[in-house]
Design a protein around this ligand. Structure first.
Ligand code: IMP
Length: 209
């Protein structure tokens, strides 16, 4: 059984589609450290949650954000704050005068478990050719707890808002001619940054067996 630490039921539903084990939602509010590196934020959150929840079951957390190339990756780890303060239309207006409208949604899934149960050398299986990232999947072991991180990304362009589906930045993020808000949930999940990170975790778990 895996404890998925999030207040977002949609993330848990998506995790259940990819992972082989039972996934239980746990609404624990871990401390989000300040960093421009999503992997560091997610790894710290997973480690803290694993300890706080008793240290007897694997724990996963997911952290994601929108990274705009022309804005040096802004809003990145601050995506939730910017969504609720500026709003997505103002972010679009910030990007509009730039020559380059490219952006990426990125997701890190961090999985914490007892280090004795982990084969650190196991591969995550999929190479993510649709990303250009500075982050690397990997395992860190500290005080007998292993934390493995998996990155997924989807690239696209910032456009004027279109579509009623999805959430967050979906209406201003176009991939392959349609915004994420113009896709059904299943269509979006099939290409989503979170789906790609979860698929890597699933492959890694299979390679652990
Ligand atoms: P969190 O990882 O749930 O904290 O999300 C960080 C920010 O990124 C929030 O503003 C979300 O709305 C946004 N975000 C994360 N994933 C997506 C997505 O799939 N579509 C649109 N916005 C997203």
């Amino acid at each position: 059984m895996l404890r998925f630490v999030t207040g977002n039921e949609g993330k848990v539903r998506e995790a259940r589609e990819y992972l082989p084990m039972d996934v239980e939602q746990v609404d624990y509010d871990y401390v989000e450290v300040q960093s421009d590196d999503l992997a560091a934020i997610a790894a710290r959150g997973a480690r803290e949650s694993f300890h706080e929840l008793g240290g007897d079951q694997p724990v996963a957390v997911e952290d994601s954000g929108l990274f705009v190339d022309a804005l040096a990756g802004f809003p990145g780890p601050y995506s939730a704050y910017v969504e609720h303060s500026l709003g997505i239309e103002r972010l679009h207006r910030l990007v509009e005068p730039e020559d380059d409208h490219r952006a990426a949604f990125r997701s890190i899934v961090a999985y914490a478990t007892d280090a004795d149960s982990v084969d650190e050398a196991a591969p995550s299986g999929r190479s993510d050719t649709d990303t250009s990232t500075d982050w690397h999947d990997g395992v860190t072991v500290e005080d007998g707890v292993a934390v493995a991180t998996f990155e997924g990304a989807v690239r696209g362009e910032i456009v004027p808002p279109r579509g009623d589906g999805g959430f967050g930045y979906d209406p201003i993020f176009e991939h392959d001619g349609r915004t994420m808000a113009e896709r059904s949930t299943a269509e979006k999940n099939a290409i989503s940054h979170r789906g790609r990170a979860l698929a890597k975790l699933a492959d890694w778990l299979a390679a652990q067996a």
